[in-house]
Every structure is written in structure tokens, then in C-alpha cells.
Write a protein that binds this ligand. Structure first.
Ligand code: HAM
Length: 428
């Protein structure tokens, strides 16, 4: 027997019972994005490797350990995108979308990171991301965060998700903070693990991300990053906090929140849940005012975020377990007897013309009444429409409600009208 071929570890199939929840969540989020004036941008899944090393930073987990990088047939190094911001900026610059104008863009699609898979962490995962270009005030930061808060509200999960907020300051102010970290680490080299030793000089801020408890305890000794912010960064963060206070968005200032990608400055934030175990960050983002210039464009302030869709769907499913129920259909069409299948094929097309909003499935593969009824039940149909030889001869059909067992004989010409009444749907 041939061995069955398995999917690659950490890369999931999304089955119909889940895709219905994904669609539900995605559609709701898209509606909100649209209402805030965002337009969709679709981006390549593969980009030149240099885009990510440049944008995300050489000394980050993503670039050092997690990228799917390979040479194409001409020997050019390409990478499956580990995130969407770099590609969005690249596309914005090469298509002239960013120069001297505001842009609000959103995207959705698969991202790839070679991480150790566990619940909520996969090697292929989906993000919905949004990026705003050309605006630099704290008011747009607040607007963007308020939009994310609205996502949780319309999905009914506001109570199980909270906002972590920080400012990592400008590049200049971060230099001072980096020096403070290096000084502390140099005095305690014996406590450091290999990762931290390597990052100590090349990217000291990254050390704050460490999961090593001994180094975390050590880091408690350095003053918070806010003590190192320059006046402008300090003022930006204060104003943002005030705006969030005014609009009733609760947040927790987390001085350790520095994010794992190098392009950020000033505002950084994460929406976190305690309901999903270790992988609780549902949505993360921040300001990245230097990235457009770094990738070859003109200086353009920018801010954005990305939602990990798998984590969001897990949270929605956990909060509303009933949401995963298989979708039922409205009408199952049963035909028994000579010539009835053809007649049913025509009738089903007419019904779909008249009632495009209904989910209608026709019985295929024959079978007696009992068999066809049992298929209708398996589909969870609300109604069946029955066509036998006698019904065709009299130009009528039978419509049966599978919930209460009531049935009625209906002229074929009025079938769609009666179904509309029975299902209580108004004509558009
Ligand atoms: P990120 O924090 O790397 O940021 O990822 C954003 C979200 O993607 C995470 O909070 C998480 O929900 C989800 N995610 C990340 N890795 C995985 C994984 N291996 N499996 C499942 N979900 C995952 C970014 O990607 C930035 N581009 C966000 C951004 C946009 N910043 C500004 N604009």
C-alpha cells in the first residue's frame, strides 16, 4: 500500500467546519476596515530575501531562525514572506502610493515562519494586517487602536482581550537606552545565555524579549525605557495615552514591550488574551516612521498592525463554542420516479434564480424516498421539496418542514413564493 502523504509540520488544512468561522471573522473585520476608509492591497507571497533582512533586521528571531529562504532557478535568494509590512511598504514605494499622500491599506493572507509548532503557533499562518502611511500624530495611533478595539467589540470578545502599550522612542533616544542595557549586561556576563551574548552589542533591545528568568530578573535593575525617551517621543506617548483615556480604551503600559521586529519606533502595542495559553498575542503593531526611507522611499511616517487569524478564530470559538456548528442548508430537493430527476434539475435552477440567498442542495445518486430523506437530515436541511411522477403529472410538488413534520402540496409555479414565505425572507 502507498504511504499517505502528510502535510508539512506546522502547515494546516482549514476544513469546512473551521472555514465558516474564518469567513465570519474575516467578513466582520473587513467591514470595519472599510468603514475606516481602508482599501485592500494584495501582495506577493514570495519576495527578495533582502527585503526582509533589511526591513525586519538581521539580528531578529524572524530573520535569524525563522525564514523560509531558498534560491530560485536563477540562483536569486527569495523568501516566503514572514510578515506583511515589508512587502506592503515595498509595493507602496514601487507603485508610487506613498509619496506625499495618505494611504490606508489592508491585506490578508498566509505568512510563513519556521517556528516550533504548538497551539496558536504555526509555520504557515494567516494575518489580516493594516498599514497607514503619511500621518504622524498620536491621534492616528489612537484612531488605529480604537479600530482594533472595535473588532473585538463586534466579535463579542472585548472581555477576554487586553491592550499592552509602550513607547520605544525615536532611534536616537533608543541609542541611550541601548547603552544602559549594554552596561548592565557587561557587568553580568556570567548570567547571560548564548543568544543574549550574541545580541548584547548587535541588538541590545532584543535582550528584553528574553524568556530566560535569570536574565529577566537582571533586567529588572535597569530603569524603564520611558526614562530615556526624548521630549518629542515622551509627548507623543502622553498624548496617545490621554486620547485613549478620553475614548475609554483601557490599556496597560508595559515597559518591557519592545516587539520582535526592528522597524518600530515610538508607539508599540499588543492585544493579548489569557485564554489561549502561551500564544496569547492576537494582534500586534506599532509605528515605523523610518521604514519607507530605509527601503528606498522618501521619509513617510507610518503605523500598522497585524492580527494572527488562527489565534483570533481560536478565541472566538472558545468564547462562542456554538459558532463551529456545521452550517445547515435551507432546502433539500428530493426526486423519485421516472423523468423526475430532469424536471428537478430545471426546477432547482429556477429556484436558485428566484431565491439566490438560499442554500439549496439537490439529491444526486438516486435512492428511494427513505434514503433521500436521510441524506436531507444529514445535511441538516430545514425543508425538503419532493417531486414524484404524480407531482409532475399534476404540476405541483410537496414541501415538508423537517423541524415540525408539516407538509403541504404546492403548485410548481408558486414553489419559490411559498418557500420564501415559509423561510420568512423578504424579496430583495
Ligand atoms: P508580529 O507580532 O510578528 O507582527 O505578528 C503579528 C501577529 O501574527 C501576532 O501577534 C500573532 O497573532 C500572529 N503570528 C505571528 N507569528 C505566528 C505564528 N507562527 N503562528 C500563528 N500566528 C502568528 C507583524 O507581523 C507585523 N508585520 C505587524 C505590523 C503591521 N506592524 C506594523 N504593521
Amino acid at each position: 500500500m502507498t504511504k499517505t502523504i502528510q502535510a508539512i509540520r506546522g502547515m494546516n488544512d482549514y476544513l469546512p467546519s473551521d472555514t465558516s468561522v474564518y469567513q465570519y471573522v474575516e467578513n466582520r473585520i473587513k467591514k470595519v476596515l472599510l468603514s475606516y476608509g481602508f482599501s485592500e492591497i494584495r501582495l506577493p507571497v514570495i519576495e527578495p530575501t533582502i527585503l526582509f533582512t533589511h526591513a525586519i533586521g538581521d539580528i531578529t528571531d524572524v530573520v535569524e531562525k525563522e525564514m523560509y529562504t531558498f534560491n530560485d532557478r536563477r540562483g536569486k535568494s527569495v523568501t516566503l514572506r514572514p510578515e506583511g509590512t515589508a512587502g506592503c511598504v515595498r509595493a507602496g514605494i514601487s507603485n508610487g502610493l506613498l509619496y506625499n499622500q495618505e494611504q490606508r491599506l489592508w491585506y490578508m493572507g498566509p505568512m510563513f515562519r519556521y517556528e516550533r509548532p504548538q497551539k496558536g503557533r504555526y509555520r504557515q499562518f494567516y494575518q489580516i494586517g493594516a498599514e497607514i502611511f503619511g500621518l504622524q500624530g498620536p491621534d492616528i495611533d489612537a484612531d488605529l487602536i480604537m479600530m482594533t478595539a472595535r473588532f473585538w467589540k463586534i466579535l463579542g470578545i472585548s472581555d477576554c482581550i487586553h491592550l499592552e502599550l509602550n513607547s520605544i522612542g525615536s532611534l536616537e533616544s533608543r541609542k541611550h537606552y541601548n547603552h544602559a542595557i549594554i552596561r548592565l549586561l557587561e557587568k553580568n556576563v556570567q548570567v547571560l545565555d548564548e543568544d543574549c551574548k550574541r545580541r548584547m552589542y548587535s541588538n541590545p533591545l532584543r535582550v528584553l524579549d528574553t524568556k530566560n528568568p535569570a536574565i529577566q530578573a537582571l533586567l529588572d535593575n535597569i530603569p524603564p525605557i520611558k526614562n530615556y525617551l526624548d521630549d518629542e517621543s515622551y509627548e507623543h506617548f502622553n498624548k496617545l495615552c490621554r486620547l485613549l483615556d478620553i475614548t475609554g480604551i483601557s490599556y496597560h503600559v508595559n515597559q518591557r514591550l519592545v516587539r520582535g521586529l526592528d522597524y518600530y519606533n515610538n508607539t508599540v502595542f499588543e492585544w493579548v488574551t489569557n485564554s489561549l495559553g502561551a500564544q496569547g498575542t492576537i494582534c500586534a503593531g506599532g509605528r515605523y516612521d523610518c521604514l519607507v526611507k530605509l527601503l528606498g522611499g522618501r521619509h513617510t511616517p507610518a503605523i500598522g498592525f497585524a492580527i494572527g487569524l488562527e489565534r483570533l478564530v481560536l478565541l472566538v470559538q472558545k468564547t462562542f463554542p456554538e459558532i463551529t456548528k456545521p452550517q445547515s442548508i435551507d432546502l433539500y430537493l428530493i426526486a423519485v420516479g421516472k423523468g423526475t430527476e430532469h424536471a428537478m434539475l430545471l426546477l432547482s435552477e429556477n429556484l436558485r434564480n428566484e431565491l439566490p440567498e438560499l442554500k439549496i442542495i439537490q439529491n444526486f445518486g438516486g435512492g428511494n424516498f427513505r434514503k433521500q430523506f436521510s441524506r436531507a437530515h444529514k445535511y441538516g436541511a430545514r425543508f425538503v421539496l419532493i417531486l414524484g411522477e404524480s407531482e409532475i403529472a399534476h404540476h405541483h410538488c410537496i414541501i415538508k418542514n423537517l423541524c415540525n413534520g408539516k407538509q403541504q402540496i404546492v403548485p410548481l409555479s408558486q414553489a419559490s413564493y411559498i418557500i420564501r414565505l415559509l423561510l420568512n425572507i423578504s424579496k430583495k
